[in-house]
Design a protein around this ligand. Structure first.
Ligand code: TRP
Length: 336
């Protein structure tokens, strides 16, 4: 039996934060070391374009995210690590898939519907205000990412599940019409990975502006951790670890035994200030070696660029011949 192919994309908007690390980067890096599966990881910079029109932001974010994965130990010999825009077959396949995707399917995309709803809620007479075709067709580009590399498994967060299902629908429709060309993908959603809360107690997310950057320097990391919201219980009063952002964060990094110890200290009434210091020291120690490597990579982007080029060559060795086959299947052929 052939190996399962796992593929996942990371949109290049913003700076990686500790919620990204715990929820996606750390499990992704672990999976990259699993010899039983083939992994593709890529920087979805064309997807970023649908969300952000600041050129410096997109290129800076591409560097930061690539450097973060590399510094944390992604196995780029085994996993294929590349940048979406280095693979010209992807936009080409996107157009081919666009030609056979029902508009009605795209009308049902949650993210598009949410954008329309936001316009209606704000009383705007134009339901499509500010909505680009890139936002509308976003799931088709994502389908091309997935189908190009014959991936059967697509690890994503809950918010992306529908997009993977749409990729499957598109592939099915294509196969029905043109023969068995694409592998049908399934989303993989790991409910056991932690979803971290941010500074204000809501889910840590760029859009809430409540994140802790993964590689903030020591001083900044300390300052941000000191800002995390707590309740008004005094030192000496027992506290509930299961309703505490500080504890959630600690647990996401620490071993079971260490977490059990801290649980006891909550029962014994640890002061919030002290718990913040404990958390800062723990995360700082954990992150330090990777942060040093990250700083080196950011200062020397050519190293990151070379790694991405290498990945692109490996990816194109798959995508170029497969696109030839797809073109032939749909009748885009040489005439003699
Ligand atoms: N849209 C995904 C996100 O925002 C990123 C992404 C792009 C992706 N292409 C993909 C994820 C293909 C999985 C497979 O998180």
């Amino acid at each position: 039996m052939s190996k399962d192919i796992y593929l996942t994309g990371i949109t290049t908007t913003g700076t990686p934060h500790i919620g990204n690390y715990v929820g996606a980067i750390r499990p992704g890096i672990e999976a990259s070391r699993d010899a039983a599966i083939q992994n593709y990881y890529f920087l979805a910079d064309y997807h970023a374009l649908a969300k952000n029109e600041d050129p410096d932001n997109i290129s800076r974010s591409t560097l930061e995210i690539a450097a973060a994965w590399m510094a944390l130990g992604l196995d780029t010999e085994h996993a294929v690590f590349y940048r979406q825009s280095d693979i010209p077959e992807i936009p080409e396949l996107t157009w081919i898939l666009t030609s056979m995707t029902a508009k009605g399917l795209m009308n049902r995309a949650h993210s598009y519907k949410a954008a329309v709803q936001a316009n209606l809620d704000s009383g705007d007479s134009d339901a499509d205000k500010g909505i680009t075709m890139a936002l509308y067709s976003y799931p088709i580009l994502m389908a091309a990412d997935i189908l190009m590399f014959k991936s059967s498994k697509v690890p994503v967060g809950r918010d992306q599940k529908q997009h993977v299902e749409m990729a499957r629908d598109v592939a099915q429709r294509f196969n029905h019409h043109y023969g068995d060309v694409f592998v049908l993908p399934d989303p993989v959603i790991d409910d056991s990975t932690a979803v971290l809360s941010g500074l204000d107690g809501r889910k840590m997310s760029k859009s809430y502006n409540n994140t802790i950057p993964l590689f903030a320097d020591e001083k900044r990391l300390r300052k941000l951790i000191m800002k995390i919201k707590t309740n008004s219980l005094e030192p000496g009063e027992p506290k509930d670890p299961d309703d505490s952002t500080l504890f959630d964060m600690y647990r996401a990094f620490a071993t079971e035994e260490e977490s059990a110890e801290i649980r006891q200290r909550y029962a014994d009434g640890i002061a919030w200030g002290e718990m913040k210091q404990v958390l800062f020291e723990y995360i700082n120690e954990h992150i330090k070696p990777a942060r040093d490597e990250y700083d080196r990579l950011i200062a020397d982007p050519a190293v990151v660029e070379a790694e991405l080029r290498k990945g692109a060559d490996r990816a194109r060795a798959v995508s170029a011949p497969f696109l030839d086959k797809i073109r032939s299947a749909i009748g885009i052929r040489r005439l003699g």
